[in-house]
Design a protein around this ligand. Sequence first.
Ligand SMILES: [Cu+2]
Length: 578
Amino acid sequence: MAKLFGGELATDHCPLATAFNEGENPQVSLTRRAFLHRGGILTAALALPQTANHQPPAPKFRTSLQASSLAQFVDPLPIPSIAQPIDHRPSPTDPSLKLPYYRIAMRPIESQVHRDMKPTRLWAYGSSSPGPTFEARSGQGILVEWANELPTQHFLPIDHSIHGAEADKPEVRTVVHLHGAKAPPDSDGYPDNWYVPGKSALYHYPNHQDAAMLWYHDHALGINRLNVFAGLLGTYLLRDDVEDSLNLPSGKYEIPLALCDRIFDLESQLNYPVSGNPKSPWTPEVFGDAFLVNGKLFPYLEVEPRPYRFRVLNGANGRFFHLSLSNGQSFHQIGTDQGLLSAPVELKRLSLAPGERADLIVDFSSSAGEPIILKNDISFNVMQFRVARNDQNKSDQNKVDSQHNEKNPARDTSALPSSLRPVPKIPESAATQTRMLTLVEVDDMVQRPVTMLLNNVHWNMPVTENPVLDSIEIWNLINLTDDSHPIHLHLVRFQILDRRSFDVSAYWTTGKLKFFGPPIPPDPSEAGWKDTVRADPAMVTRIIIRFEGYTGRYVWHCHILEHEDNEMMRPYDVIAKP
Ligand SMILES: [Cu+2]
């Protein structure tokens, strides 16, 4: 169990200092962090408690398009196509078994994200961003060959001072992670397992897990934020008999909504912000004013006055979405990152951190004839639902229902069951290991973030978290920063135990946790299986995890991609039982 805190940072034992020894770790030898360390600045900055209102350097933007100047709700919501297998191939674990085999190529595409914009250059899985949606069944494995057919030059600003993205590395590198999958380590998309244009990797997804909405995205070390911003993401719906038995809205009444935010320039091209320093263009967070839903800006969706199931993904680099409906109506959340909740939760507002998913039932039956806007933070429009009138005759229906092209809208026979799937609580007494893990922001002298760390250690340092297969652990995520960090563990699902406010200054000084109040249980909408958890500032967030599935090397990291790329990611090993 690693226990590192501010009081220890200036000592010779500081692992951070070791990381900056050029002889020992050439990969970080020329980073600006090393420069700061040599100047004696870093340790000083580290030993100081975080203060609010750090001012990031003014980013140098190309002139940005103002998304709010565009006409809204003029483009229909795109629904990504369903990925189709092209063959069947032997299972890596049982060659007598033939598994569906898919081949998905990463390619540059041009996509018109809004009627009044020019086509935008994106990188996509297949021919759209988001890429095709996978439909898979629990217990039925698939094989996916992820082929890198991208150009050899990147079109977004690489920061060569970030580890793994040094100038001697190929500019374009990709590796795919299926977020939320219980996948073997060699199919998990380990960030160092990147490959270059012209190469591909064959991954096996056994799907031995409950129905859930997973998503796939790039995970290449040091440039993940750029690859995802460029468009490399898509959704993966895993289904099972329990879900089938619930009679939830399905078919055209079940719709994925992949949300992200982007910045565009006046030529309609992606405008990824930079720090202003050409040698280290990394910026700590990126927030765009253009909210894309399934790749469109301000789309609309024509719906019938009946319940719909929306599979919502926050695929943004750093934005937390706070969603509500303009008519104030409530909706039900039926699932979290890792599948169904035990019972529906009625909500008027849904918060989703980057990487999180929510499974929602929205009933439009009392809103016939109304337009309803999906809002973010109350004041920003995301998309519009155009609810058809009840009295609309068949020909009207056919006209407005062009997206669905269904001649006879089916009578609604779906249900909202009062109970969904049991989520048995993992008892705390079952945990055999408790880890104390800090979330740390390293600032320079003027309190600009320079890097982000988990437990004060860098990506390249030896593994410190090594849970035993099938054991249960409690991880205390001690957030010493001013930001909320969505923490994601690969391979596993977990439950949130609680969050508790603590005295950050006292922790920096003494290394001890002085709590301010009682533990706060997770929100009802988080009280299911999770794979990504919001670790709020100045809080200890406790999660309980059973390390099931495979032994081998995985990662855990912050899902703010700018943080993840700049050291807020660590390897961990699931080890065999002694
Ligand atoms: Cu973070």
